[in-house]
Design a protein around this ligand. Structure first.
Ligand code: PLP
Length: 400
């Protein structure tokens, strides 16, 4: 067989996608799987966004789009950045892509040279690491320990930056921990980054609207305007507006960076589905009140999951202030054996045994760079969450 590219060595299907696929296969065999692995809102896409796409299709908006995004969508994004983040981007400082994921891909591919380093506060969303490695970069982890609520310490960040650092990626609210970054913490991070002028900074704000307990979200370019010419502010409609399948992400950033990212995009996709862009305009310009209502619903689910998990001896669960994940510590389960004789040596063993013996799909902490933990997504019904936590409790209590 003809060979494959070396750059793909070590790059596989993401752990959460692998777990979702395995759960789907078990479901097809007739098992009742409780799926807590997928990072996808269970709410529907707002009706006005769906209607805008239908109108666009019927109105003949079906030709190649402008590569960097339709002007009307870029204007809606410009207004969103002003409204939500007090950030003023010109239209040529904005790029639309097929999801925030493609923004991240375009940015890294357009900037990374082999041997560069990408600094990732850890645990981190796996795609940052895989995309950076595809570009030939090395990953530098900065642990954000559970004991400090998965916060990034400015001093640890400072120590991780070297002359080879190309990017720092910030993602608060965080996937997989739900950790948020207060304005004070962000100011300390900004003070560090002002010193390191050779580093680009990506802030992945995709969970911006999913914050709880009256947490005030902030983003780096707003907190420290002197960094704005090195910051790429990334966002999208997937999580807040429950539009994962529409594949619309966007960013604001320095004009020259946006231009090279647009060149990357030109050779991969030629732009974004016109109907999805119409839907995204409607989502960004339409009513925003339901975002708070949905966040309140997620907060209720978070409270239920955190309290049910903390009732289980052997599981320790923090209370995150954002996103829709918890990342419980399962140190006490490592070294034990399941009723069916499976050895739990790692968090990967834990989640696989939990799926096979109790039919609950979650994701191992190893996939996010910090063990022994596992990630639960609470973007699902309260009934499913109660059943899932009940099965996790039975599983953990059965370990010997
Ligand atoms: N960034 C983070 C932190 C995510 O968790 C995800 C999806 O899971 C994405 C980006 C991808 O967003 P999109 O659907 O816009 O590509």
């Amino acid at each position: 067989m003809p060979g494959f590219a070396d750059r793909l060595n070590g790059i596989g299907i993401s752990a959460s996608a692998a777990m979702t696929d395995k759960a789907t296969a078990l479901k097809a065999e007739g098992l009742k799987i409780i799926s807590l692995s997928s990072g996808e809102p269970d709410f529907p896409t707002p009706e006005h966004a769906v209607e805008a796409a239908v109108d666009a299709a019927r109105g003949g908006d079906t030709k190649y789009p402008p590569q960097a995004g339709k002007p009307a969508l870029k204007k809606a994004i410009q207004a969103k950045f002003l409204r939500d983040n007090s950030l003023d981007y010109a239209l040529d400082e904005i790029l639309v892509a097929n999801g925030a994921k493609q923004i991240i891909y375009d940015a890294m591919m357009a900037t990374i040279n082999p041997g560069d380093e990408v600094v990732l506060p850890t645990p981190y969303w796996i795609s940052y690491a895989d995309i950076a490695r595809l570009g030939g970069a090395e990953i530098v982890q900065v642990p954000c320990p559970a004991a400090s609520n998965f916060r990034l310490s400015a001093a640890d960040l400072d120590a991780a930056i070297t002359p080879r650092t190309k990017w720092l990626v910030l993602n608060f609210p965080n996937n997989p921990t739900g950790a948020c970054c207060s304005r004070k913490d962000m100011e300390e991070i900004a003070a560090v980054m002002l010193k390191h002028e050779h580093v680009w900074i990506m802030t992945d704000d995709i969970y911006e609207h999913l914050v709880y307990d009256d947490f005030n979200f902030c983003t780096l370019a707003e907190v420290e305007p002197r960094l704005k010419d090195r910051v790429l502010t990334v966002n999208g409609v997937s999580k807040a507006y429950a539009m994962t399948g529409w594949r619309v992400g966007f960013c604001g950033g320095p004009r020259d960076l946006i231009a090279v990212m647009n060149n990357m995009q030109g050779q991969s996709t030629s732009g974004i589905n016109t109907l999805a862009q119409a839907a995204a305009i409607a989502a960004l310009e339409g009513p925003q009140d339901f975002l708070r209502e949905r966040a309140a619903e997620y907060q209720t689910r978070r409270d239920i999951v955190v309290s049910l998990l903390n009732e289980i001896p052997g599981v320790e669960c923090h209370t995150p202030q954002g996103a829709f994940y918890v990342y419980p510590d399962i140190s006490a389960c490592i070294g034990k054996v399941t009723p069916e004789g499976r050895q739990i040596k790692t968090d990967a063993d834990f989640v696989m045994a939990l799926l096979e013996e109790k039919q609950v799909a979650t994701v191992q902490g190893a996939a996010y760079g910090m063990s022994p933990f596992f990630r639960i997504s609470y973007a699902t019904s309260v009934e499913t969450l109660r059943e899932g936590c009940q099965r996790i409790a039975e599983f953990v209590q059965s370990l010997k």
